[in-house]
Write a protein that binds this ligand. Structure first.
Ligand code: ZN
Length: 150
């Protein structure tokens, strides 16, 4: 295992142990629930949307380390961003985790989200990594139903 992937693992474990923004947000005006039946990951995303800007974001849920760390990093990344910036990041993120194993990763664009690049070597975990993002999108769309990755 390379030093880089070890570093990536540390970031993921850290966010799993101490998830950021792990709270049911008071004053949220958008929420959505997500479920990944393949792994059993569950998540609720809470957004405080002000016009086009995501002022605040929180999440709660339970699941594997990948799903929880991904949700933690997702919330830390999209806070303060516009809805279209968040959509763009989701597209980049999804391209990365579903890409070819040795493909280029746009570190500048993805920042810390690049720690999930290793997921593309484990197709079964892609849904764990993208669940939080699908749920974010459902919340942005104002869709109050539960989004499932299937
Ligand atoms: Zn999972």
């Amino acid at each position: 295992m390379s030093d880089l992937s070890e570093l990536y693992q540390q970031v993921i474990l850290d966010h799993n142990d101490r998830p950021r923004n792990f709270e049911k947000l008071e004053g949220a005006n958008r929420t959505a629930d997500g479920y990944n039946p393949v792994c059993g990951d569950q998540i609720s995303v809470y957004l405080q949307l002000e016009g086009e800007v995501i002022r605040n974001v929180g999440f709660q849920g339970s699941g594997c380390a990948i799903s929880k760390a991904s949700a933690s990093l997702m919330t830390a990344t999209v806070k303060g961003k516009t809805t279209s910036e968040a959509e763009g990041l989701f597209e980049r993120f999804r391209e990365m985790v579903t890409g070819v194993p040795d493909g280029e990763v746009d570190h500048q664009e993805l920042g810390k989200l690049a720690v999930f690049a290793g997921v593309r070597e484990f197709p079964a975990r892609v849904k764990c990594a993208t669940l939080a993002w699908h749920t974010l999108r459902a919340a942005l769309d104002g869709d109050r139903g539960t989004v499932a990755t299937e």
